[in-house]
Design a protein around this ligand. Structure first.
Ligand code: MG
Length: 459
């Protein structure tokens, strides 16, 4: 069966694969799924700032109402703010219309469960099954759902974050922050949160714009030139950029340097673990710098397959104190089990207020690793066979210290590691190689690329 849900909900180009028909039937399917648990499910609905939001929201809402769900429209808000509202209030689920960091012509539909977490693969498959078989619930005219609206979700979310950080210390530190929301949904709450934390605020791209005119939505270095320049220009203590639906945050130090997500992750992990220990959860693709930092502080890292819902689920199971991904998507369990950029920003401000060092100094204290990424094509139906062969070959190699098959195969060597991971969406293997030495990382990536190529051509 074709899959509808990708790694981050259902996504596509508007009025091509992501159209009102799909949104309508998906609304019916989601509603039918939740109606199996409860007679009249109450669904929270939100959107990011894209111009196709109203079209898709209306269609999806119509589908939900038609199968007997009540729907509450929470308006434009960050994905984590919707998740927080679902967790804190009496909603049975949430739906958010967003394509995260994708370009403006894309949009998507993402479903959030009762506790605010993203759905498991099994839940998504059940919804897909209803969608493709069109086995929608049918209700009589008097059971059709009702639509309400609530504009308090942003305030609820801001207060939730303020209650989980040392606001007094942050206010006293009087930090100057340059905030770049990338014209995305973060703009609805993040400037207000920073003002309430007593920050001096310089805004970049903090107006909502469904065309993302300020910059492309993905917070990668090439898209954050303006932010880096502004940080230097105004002499700020830090800069921060959010992606389109504000679940990820990327930081800029006071000198205007881009801080990669694994570095801010390691820095926050050190701060959270220190004097407390505990478990930090992350996918196998994350830099060893995290493990080095966490182990040094007496904590432990548990690795998962790639994907933030999996990280969140394992965090719950092992009662982790922190977790996240190397792309700036961090999860604070005392707040909620999903990636949350505004919470990440507030925690980073608390760290800066308490550590009394500049962000660049703090980053320079972290271990440095070099990561090289490459990929090779391989038909989907041969991936498993190739993986098995790679495992066979490497298990007999002298220099291999450990093999981990949590997601693809991760090979630990004397001076680094290599991860060979089948993509879930494309006919390719992704190869990650990490070492403290750049040359070594490149060498590892090259040699394993050749090995995988051999396996693909002979299998
Ligand atoms: Mg996102």
């Amino acid at each position: 069966m074709t899959r509808l849900f990708g790694t981050n909900g259902v996504r596509g180009v508007v009025n091509q694969d992501m159209n009102p028909d799909l949104a309508l039937d998906l609304g019916r399917a989601i509603g039918t799924y939740y109606a199996r648990r409860k007679e009249k499910p109450f669904i929270a609905m939100g959107t990011d700032a894209r111009i196709s939001n109203h079209m898709l929201k209306s269609a999806c809402t119509s589908g939900l109402l038609s199968v007997g769900c009540n729907v509450e429209d929470l308006g434009i808000l960050p994905t984590p703010a919707l998740q927080y509202a679902v967790k804190e209030k009496d909603y049975d689920a949430g739906v958010i219309i967003t394509a995260s960091h994708n370009p403006p012509q894309f949009n998507g539909i993402k479903v959030v469960d009762l506790d605010g977490t993203e759905l498991s693969k099994e839940q998504e498959e059940e919804i897909e099954d209803i969608y493709f078989s069109k086995s929608f619930r049918i209700v009589s005219w008097d059971k059709v759902g009702q639509l309400s609206a609530w504009d308090g979700a942003g305030e609820l979310y801001i207060r939730g974050i303020l209650s989980k950080v040392d606001t007094e210390a942050i206010r006293k530190a009087n930090l100057h922050v340059v905030l770049d929301c990338g014209n995305g949904a973060g703009a609805v709450v993040t400037p207000e949160l920073l003002r309430r934390l007593g920050c001096k605020l310089t805004e970049v791209n903090c107006e909502l714009d469904g065309f993302f005119r300020g910059r492309p939505s993905e917070p990668v270095p090439e898209n954050l030139g303006e932010l880096m320049e502004r940080v230097r220009e105004v002499g700020a203590d830090l800069g921060v950029a959010q992606d389109g639906d504000a679940d990820r945050a990327i930081f800029i130090d006071e000198k205007g340097n881009y801080i990669f997500g694994d570095q801010s992750f390691s820095l926050l992990a050190r701060y959270i673990i220190r004097g407390r220990k505990g478990i930090v959860v992350t996918p196998v693709s994350t830099s060893s710098s995290l493990e080095e930092v966490v182990t040094r502080e007496g904590g432990k890292v548990i690795y998962t397959r790639v994907g933030s819902p999996i990280v969140a689920r394992v965090m719950k199971e092992v009662n982790a104190v922190f977790g996240g991904e190397e792309n700036g998507g961090l999860i604070f369990p005392e707040h909620q089990y999903c990636r949350d950029s505004a919470m990440t920003i507030a925690k980073m401000l608390e760290l800066l207020a308490k550590e009394e060092k500049s962000l660049s100094e703090l980053i320079s204290e972290l271990p440095r690793y070099e990561l090289v990424k490459t990929k090779i094509t391989c038909p989907n139906d041969r991936k498993e066979d190739v993986l098995r062969k790679i495992k066979d070959v490497v298990s007999s190699q002298q220099d291999v210290r450990k093999i981990d098959d949590t997601d693809g195969v991760k090979i630990y060597l004397e001076d680094g590691w290599v991860l060979v991971r089948p993509s879930g969406t494309e006919p390719i293997f992704r190869i990650f190689a990490e070492s403290k030495d750049r040359g070594k990382a490149e060498e590892l990536a090259d040699s394993y690329k050749r090995l995988v190529e051999d396996m693909v051509s002979t299998s």
